[in-house]
Design a protein around this ligand. Sequence first.
Ligand SMILES: [Zn+2]
Ligand SMILES: [Zn+2]
Length: 781
Amino acid sequence: MLVAQVATDVAAGKAFDYEVPPALAGAVVPGAVVRVPFGRRVLEGLVLAVSDRTDFPGALRPVLGAGGGPPPLTPALLELARWMAAYYLAPIELCLRTMLPPAVRDGADGDGFARVRVVRAARRDGGAGGRRETAGTEGTAGTTGAEGRPEQGTFDFSGKRKAAERKARAPRAEPTARQREILERLGDGEEILAGFCRTWRIAPETIRRMAEDGLVVVEDRVRRRDPLAGRRILPSAPLPLTDEQTAALALVREAIDAPADGPAPRPVLLHGVTASGKTEVFLQAIAAVLERGRGAIVLVPEIALTPQTIRRFVARFGGVVAVLHSRLGAGERHDEWHRIRSGEARVVVGPRSALFAPVERLGLIVVDEEHEPSYKQDETPRYHARDVAVVRARIERCAVVLGSATPSLESWRNAALGKYALATMAHRAADMRMPSVSIVDMREETARAGGKLPAFSETLVRAIRQRLDDGEQTMLFLNRRGYAPTVSCPACGHAETCDECSVGMSYHIDDGVLRCHVCGAWRPVPRVCPCCGNPDYRFTGVGTQRIEAIARRLFPGASIDRMDLDVTTRKASHEEILSKFRAGKTDILVGTQMIAKGLDFPNVTLAGILNADTGLNLPDFRAAERTFQLIAQMAGRAGRGAKPGDVIVQTLSPDHPAIVRAAREDFAGFAEGELRERQELRYPPFSHFDCVTFRGTDRAAAEGYAVRFAAAIGEGDGEAYVLGEPAPAAIERAKGVWRFQITLRGARPAVLNERLRAALAAVPPPASVGVAIDVDAYGAG
Ligand SMILES: [Zn+2]
Ligand SMILES: [Zn+2]
């Protein structure tokens, strides 16, 4: 008897055994989607394994049905899901779910493809059954043909195929004049039926009769929903490489060509300053992979997945590129995924979740901007795509390249230990020069301004004026949106806070309301203080809207634009603002991190960071690392064209090592000092760091359980210990839910996991408290 082990969405973390009926033996394979009885219901599940034994004492219930075609998950992905479930302490079915886009899961029963009905003249020799080859999607790069593969059978209107064929063999009569006219219009081409009838005012009945008479053929064809449809992208050829690029590529190719029977190749860390040409190295490495008949996955942070990025890959590889990201429609995602599964697309570009694309014969995974926090998923399974990429590469025995101008300290240390191979590109490509970074001490500026911290230093104002005179562009960065982050009453000190969250409300001048940045709630500014009746409110602190307003006052003739979450969801789209800026219609662009990442504008010669301290002051052991990354990123935005760029960093801590080293573009020096500090404090990468969050609408229940859970983990023994007491999370209350946290540290993740599992078993959480375990937590501490 064949037994399938099946995971479903109900029954977290458990898989159940089902008998495989002989008729389904071919379709029920690991990774397949099946329908199984569960209680009185029928559920969809994924087959984890098939064997000939079961530990279940009773009679097994049978698998009811299985999706056709190749199973959605490859054996390598199943193995990866098992690893993720164990490492991140997540139920296996949630890991499997993460790997399959919803549109693909739901399409398991039907097939989820969109179809279009086409009509063409029947060939005289072949009759209605005549088939001809249809053009695929190859051709010039990026001109993505809409019609995909030919459909399985010839369509016939009545649904009685045989009758239609019989009739087709015996045409009734010569075509009428009208029919001849229609045949002429069709010529040798193929038309979409509905559009053809509409354009030429042909009754569908006329076509139906012609099909019956064998004059035309009507078929259903799978219509690919193509995210790049309508875009013309010119093909690009490989660029000549610098010596540094050549050396980096050689290292990656060595990993690609590692012998199949040897150990898995070492991951390659590509440390390249901004504009050093990392992407060209990736492109040529992918070309090498394709030549060997293998596939590649390229991960980029969602925010950097701009049409510009996608264009570069499509320009080089054309139709074999598939794009997966969250802005695609469900249909597009479904079709892209199936193009990958069928092997038609062999290069996948996308954010975090694209790591799970079912590419077979995988030859290379690229993780670009590997230090980006967006690679960490903030819901179960809380995986880090960079780390999982390294594991997938090990399972598939393929090459993996991690690229960054400011590598994470984890990867940097792995390179120092020799676990990763290191390639360094210290120079910008072509004749672009590195920008010069200057630090402005805002303590001095405050003294000069009579004790009030100004938003713009004199140095920055002067530099912007210079750019305006020279017709060059400026980017100004501030990591806080809105107008003023604090709204309070000067008379009694009452501050406006969100009713549902433990944070203050920010004032937004665009619509004149107070907004909560945690839950999005808004309300008008009260007319008088609810505590003391004072009619005046004080708006303190500075957000992007205020910077925009001040800039308009300081530079009255300049054209100024702003890009942050508020603008991009309402006034104009992301793309519109950027294309205006690219065209040089904007002199100054103010924005949040949206403008710091991956954008490339040749006429920007000045980048200003208005308050570099916001990040430094976060209660997070990565605060310094993040600040260094931010300055390096902004430096990467300035001077990408022929003209050199300047970066001005305004800070109250001009001596902080992260700022000083970033100004000198000294990543290695920064990393050395920061690693020494982390080692002393035993923070990652010198230990593993987990964070457990306890949530509930009942504050006492959540806090009480956190205390019991921490006690159950027990005293530290050097292997795993809880840091400090259970404490309120950085945002203690969000959307009405209280949140408490404990953090754990230990040398080995397996030991930490064992402790966490044991604690959960010893003191199961009450129904009112949710527990979220974040293995290798990114922030806090
Ligand atoms: Zn008041
Ligand atoms: Zn709120």
